[in-house]
Design a binder for this molecule. Structure first.
Ligand code: FES
Ligand SMILES: [Fe+2]
Length: 536
C-alpha cells in the first residue's frame, strides 16, 4: 500500500479514490480545515477546476468546548469535556496525518522528472533532506497524537465508570427512599418496590428464585478429573437436579440423572462396573448415555434415563445443563504455563452461588474479614479501586497486586503477586517475582447450595508438591479463609430471604460484582448481546 493510500485508509477514505489524487488543505470551515482532492487517472485531460472534491471537513472543536473554569462539574458536564477532549485529539491527529500527506506530495514533486531538469543533484538532495526532516517531525507528531488519543480514551472510560457508579447510586437512593418510606415488612410493599424498579436496578432480595433456563445454556465445570477414577462416581446437584458422573468403558466421562428409572433410588449409592452404573436396589445398569443395559431377574426393557452432554478438558469434567445445543468450545481455565497446580479442592457450601460469586469478586472486604488468614496485618487503604476497561469483566485491584476476572458463567480467576509467602508487595502483579493463581468455580447446585471447585497454582516452589500431606494443609488454609467469608454470606442470605437487598448501595469498589449481576440479568432477560463480552 502506498503512503498516500495508507494515510487515506487511516482516515477511512476508500483507497480506490486515491489512484491519482492531489491533496490540499483548504480553510473551509470556521476554526477548522477541509481536505480536498482531484480524483482521476494520471495524465487525463480534465477540467481540473471542477474536479476538486472535498474528502473531509474537520472543525476545530475547541471553539465549542463548554467553559467551566472554576466551576464544579457535574458528571454530565465532565463527560462533555472529555468528549471534546477526544474530538480535539482527533482533530489534531487529522491535521498531523494531513501534514504527512502534503509532505509526501512534495517529495513526489521534487522527484518529478520534469522538475529534475531544472535542478542540480545537489539542490535535489538538499530539498529531499529537508523534506525528510519535516516528515520525521510530522511522524513524531502523529505518535504524540496517538498517545494523546489513548489518554483521552482512558479518561473517557474512567468517566464512564464514574457515571455508571453514580447512576447506580442514584437508582439505589431512589429505591432505598421508596422502601424506607413504605412499611417494608409485608409482602405487598416489597412487591410494589419491585414493580416500580425492575431487577435491572440490582435489587437482589427476597426468596431465591428458580434458576432461569437461559442460565443453563453454558458449559459448567462439575468435577476435577483426578476425582473421577474408572470405578468411582461423583454425585452432584446442578440447577436443583441430582446428577451423577462416572466413566464409561472407553474411559470418557458421562453424566446421567442420579435417579433410577425403576423406583427412583439414588444411583450414586450403587457402584460402577465395566463402564456402567449399577442401581443398588435391584441392580439395573446404565451406560454413560443413560441407556439401561441390564435388568437382572426380568426381561430387558427399552429404557433410558436423562443424560447431559459431558466432556473432559484440562483436568476438569464439564456438563451442559441447558436445552440449547452445546457450544463447540470449552473455555480454558488453566493458569499460565509457568504455574504448577498444587491443590484441587471441592467444597459443598450452603449459600446461593450468586452470593458466593459476589463475595469472591470483592477484595475490599479483605482487611476487615480475613483478619486471621491472608489479610492479617493489612492496613485499610484510603481508597480501594478495581481498575478495568469500561467493557471488561477483568482488571486489577488498586492498591493490591491482584488481578481478577469474572469468567462467565460462574468462574473467578485471580493472580496474586507475592514477593514473600504471605506478604503482599508492590503495586501490581507484574512487579512481583512470585505469584499465586486461583480458580474458583461456583456451580449452582440448588437455590441455597453451591458446589465450589477451587484450584490453586504457584509459579514458584515446585518442591511443595512433594511434601507429604501438604494437600491437607492446603485444604485447611482454603477452608479457614472460606469460613471467614461464609458466616457473613450466610447472614446476608438470611436477610436477603427476608427481603433485604444485598446490593442496596454499591460503591466504586463493587464494580466487578455489579458487572457480574448486570451480566446475569442480561442472560436471564435473553439479551442478544451480553454486556462486557470480550470481542471475538
Ligand atoms: S430402584 Fe433402581 S433397580 Fe430398582
Ligand atoms: Fe473473602
Amino acid at each position: 500500500m502506498s503512503a498516500i493510500a495508507a494515510a487515506a485508509a487511516a482516515l477511512s477514505i476508500p483507497t480506490s479514490l486515491c489512484r491519482s489524487s492531489k491533496f490540499t488543505a483548504k480553510k473551509a470551515v470556521k476554526g477548522g480545515f477541509a481536505v480536498s482532492a482531484i480524483i482521476g487517472e494520471e495524465g487525463e485531460l480534465v477540467d481540473r477546476k471542477n474536479l476538486w472534491m472535498t474528502i473531509f471537513e474537520v472543525e476545530d472543536p475547541r471553539s465549542k468546548v463548554p467553559q467551566c473554569k472554576g466551576k464544579f462539574l457535574d458528571v454530565n458536564q465532565a463527560l462533555e469535556v472529555a468528549r471534546y477532549d477526544i474530538q480535539y485529539c482527533d482533530w489534531k491527529a487529522r491535521q498531523d496525518v494531513l501534514a504527512i500527506m502534503l509532505l509526501h506530495e512534495k517529495v513526489v514533486q521534487v522527484l518529478n522528472p520534469l522538475a529534475r531538469e531544472y535542478k542540480s543533484i545537489g539542490t535535489l538532495k538538499k530539498e529531499l533532506a529537508e523534506l525528510q526532516e519535516e516528515l520525521a517531525v510530522a511522524h513524531n507528531q502523529v505518535h504524540i497524537s496517538e498517545a494523546r488519543i489513548g489518554t483521552a480514551l482512558d479518561k473517557l472510560a474512567y468517566m464512564e465508570t464514574l457515571v455508571n457508579d453514580r447512576l447506580l447510586q442514584d437508582r439505589n437512593t431512589m429505591e432505598f427512599n421508596v422502601s424506607t418510606s413504605t412499611p417494608s415488612t409485608s409482602a405487598e410493599s416489597l412487591d410494589t418496590v419491585k414493580t416500580r424498579h425492575p431487577r435491572r436496578s440490582l435489587n437482589v432480595s427476597g426468596p431465591v428464585q428458580s434458576y432461569h433456563a437461559r442460565l443453563k445454556n453454558f458449559w459448567y465445570p462439575v468435577a476435577f478429573s483426578a476425582d473421577l477414577k474408572d470405578d468411582t462416581m461423583v454425585p452432584t446437584d446442578c440447577f436443583e437436579e441430582p446428577w451423577v458422573i462416572f466413566r464409561g468403558k472407553d474411559g470418557k466421562p458421562g453424566c446421567v440423572q442420579n435417579t433410577c428409572a425403576h423406583r427412583a433410588c439414588p444411583l450414586h449409592l450403587g457402584s460402577v462396573n465395566e463402564g456402567r452404573i449399577q442401581c443398588p436396589y435391584h441392580g439395573w445398569e446404565y451406560s454413560t448415555d443413560g441407556k439401561c443395559e441390564k435388568m437382572p431377574s426380568t426381561r430387558l426393557l427399552n429404557i433410558k434415563i436423562r443424560a447431559l452432554p459431558c466432556l473432559e478438558q484440562e483436568g476438569m469434567i464439564w456438563i451442559w445443563p441447558g436445552d440449547d445445543p452445546p457450544t463447540a468450545n470449552l473455555p480454558s481455565l488453566l493458569p499460565p504455563s509457568e504455574f504448577q497446580i498444587h491443590a484441587e479442592i471441592v467444597m459443598e457450601l450452603p449459600v446461593e452461588h450468586g452470593l458466593l460469586l459476589d463475595n469472591l469478586l470483592d477484595l475490599a472486604h479483605a482487611p476487615f474479614t480475613h483478619t486471621s488468614t491472608f489479610a492479617k496485618g493489612w492496613s485499610v487503604p484510603s481508597l480501594v479501586k478495581f481498575l478495568t476497561p469500561a467493557s471488561g469483566l477483568q482488571g486489577y485491584w488498586d492498591p493490591y497486586p491482584i488481578d481478577m476476572e469474572f469468567r462467565p458463567p460462574c468462574m473467578v480467576l485471580s493472580t496474586i503477586g507475592i514477593s514473600k509467602p504471605g506478604k503482599l508487595e508492590g503495586q501490581n502483579t507484574g512487579e512481583c517475582s512470585t505469584h499465586l493463581h486461583q480458580l474458583h468455580v461456583c456451580l449452582p447446585s440448588s437455590r441455597q447450595k453451591t458446589r465450589l471447585l477451587y484450584r490453586m497454582s504457584l509459579d514458584f516452589a515446585p518442591v511443595l508438591k512433594h511434601v507429604p500431606f501438604i494437600q491437607y494443609l492446603w485444604r485447611h488454609f482454603a477452608e479457614k479463609v472460606l469460613n471467614e467469608d461464609l458466616r457473613l454470606v450466610l447472614g446476608q442470605q438470611e436477610r436477603m430471604l427476608n427481603g433485604a437487598n444485598v446490593w442496596n448501595w454499591p460503591v466504586s469498589y463493587d464494580k466487578l460484582g455489579v458487572r457480574y449481576r448486570l451480566w446475569r440479568d442480561a442472560v436471564e432477560q435473553g439479551s442478544k448481546r451480553l454486556p462486557f463480552e470480550k470481542s471475538a
